[in-house]
Design a protein around this ligand. Structure first.
Ligand code: HEC
Length: 128
């Protein structure tokens, strides 16, 4: 008798935990992928992307030797290329500037990164 009650409890818990797991897994299988493009500013959102993807060639130190003389180090330098339209053209590959980030296979930034920079520029390219 004791054994069957124990068995029943174990079975009950097992069923509970599997159904519990089922929901968890379902949420992991279909994650809600969002790209936050609200209130973009250079300091909070954009500079990190440029540092990771562009400054290897376009920093103060590197731009003359491997960045074609294009300096994207700091807000004021970046703003020059925002204002002349080259920054957006270069990352969207619209044909009005060289394709960036420069790579052998014309790689593009992640869509979310392009979206963030596009919204940032269209909203006036705030520093902070
Ligand atoms: C591997 C080095 C390298 C990386 C990484 C790189 N660039 Fe460049 N970039 C260059 C070189 C070299 C030039 C000049 C020659 C040319 O236009 O192709 C250039 C030119 C540019 C220009 C001027 C384009 C024109 O047509 O006048 C812009 C704007 C630019 N880069 C933006 C970026 C941005 C934004 C990133 C990051 C998303 C980036 N670059 C990443 C090497 C690089």
């Amino acid at each position: 008798m004791k054994t069957s009650i124990t068995l029943a409890i174990v079975a009950f818990c097992a069923i509970l935990s599997t159904t519990g797991c089922y929901y968890d897994v379902e949420e992991e299988l279909y994650p809600v992928t969002t790209c936050d493009t609200v209130d973009m500013s250079f300091d909070t959102d954009i500079v990190a992307i440029l540092q990771r993807e562009c400054l290897a060639c376009h920093s103060n130190a590197a731009h003359q030797s491997i960045g074609g003389g294009v300096n994207l180090d700091g807000y004021d330098n970046v703003k020059t290329y925002v204002d002349n339209g080259k920054l957006l053209s270069s990352i969207t590959h619209d044909g009005n500037a060289s394709f960036m980030p420069k790579s052998a296979n014309n790689r593009k930034l992640a869509k979310c990164e392009i979206d963030k920079i596009t919204v940032w520029i269209n909203d006036g390219a705030r520093k902070r």
